[in-house]
Design a protein around this ligand. Structure first.
Ligand SMILES: [Zn+2]
Ligand SMILES: [Zn+2]
Length: 262
């Protein structure tokens, strides 16, 4: 199992252009070289900077319709960059966002297929199975935010939770029953008890979740927990903060971080 973090920032980071330097692009990650989860306006620069082979990407999965997580022109650009003759790129996105933000122009109809889903649905990306769960993160009346419990063909289980505040009960109970090898949680608010906690999380919440899900057996000492989606204006500088949260067993992700399971 391999994860490449293409971006680890919340929506308040400026676009760094072709080289990210000490900044962060909007949150996005590549799973096993084939599944791109979230794809905002800076994703293509990250794909180029970190030498991602777009021909290997078969699926793009979007957690919710905010502009830092989905950018249809960039998704179409990625579809066009793939070599001819490949099966269409599958774009999995919640039904409301698919209707509002995912219009496919006729000239792209053969290279991309939009596959809408709803919270509670299960869908496949090749042999990888995604189950979508509701998240506390408002977008618009018809657009829902989902987190995912992802079952990988190599037998690993991953939680992808961007963006969101406290978990709704159905999501919480599903998490309790899982056995996670990897978790990606959002840490938008850093250590601050900020007004955004109604739709995002901070480190106090992550510590509670880690303890609670450890008590349930969903998290073990071997579970790798990454934090992503850090807000520029709310989180301490990376090196300082990475050391601080490592004391509690969390890994602060950074753009370009490549992680492989043993
Ligand atoms: Zn976001
Ligand atoms: Zn959002």
């Amino acid at each position: 199992m391999q994860i490449l973090f293409l971006g680890t920032g919340a929506a308040d980071w400026p676009n760094p252009g072709p080289k990210v330097g000490k900044g962060r692009r909007f949150s996005s990650l590549l799973l096993n070289q084939t599944i791109l989860i979230d794809c905002g306006p800076m994703a293509l620069d990250a794909i180029r900077e970190f030498d991602v082979n777009v021909n290997l990407i078969t699926d793009i999965v979007i957690g919710h319709g905010h502009g830092d997580h989905i950018n249809m022109p960039i998704i179409l650009e990625i579809a066009k960059l793939r070599q001819e003759g490949l099966p269409p790129l599958r774009l999995h996105v919640n039904k409301g966002t698919a209707a509002i933000r995912c219009k496919v122009p006729p000239e792209c109809a053969a290279i991309i297929e939009v596959m809408p889903f709803m919270p509670g649905d299960t869908f496949n990306c090749g042999e990888t199975v995604f189950k979508a769960y509701p998240a506390s993160h408002p977008v618009s009346k018809d657009e829902l935010t989902t987190h995912f419990i992802i079952s990988l063909p190599e037998g690993k289980t991953m939680y992808y939770g961007l963006d969101g505040s406290w978990f709704p009960p159905t999501t919480w109970h599903a998490m309790q029953k899982a056995k996670f090898d990897v978790i990606v949680w959002e840490l938008t608010c850093g250590n601050l008890d900020d007004w955004r906690l109604g739709e995002h999380s901070n480190f106090s919440m992550l510590k509670i979740w880690k303890n609670a899900f450890t008590n349930d057996g969903a998290i073990s000492p071997n579970t790798k927990i990454f934090c992503s989606h850090m807000a520029r204006t709310l989180c301490p500088p990376h090196d300082l903060y990475a050391r601080e949260i490592a004391n509690f067993g969390f890994t602060l992700a950074y753009d370009g971080l490549l992680w492989e399971s043993k």
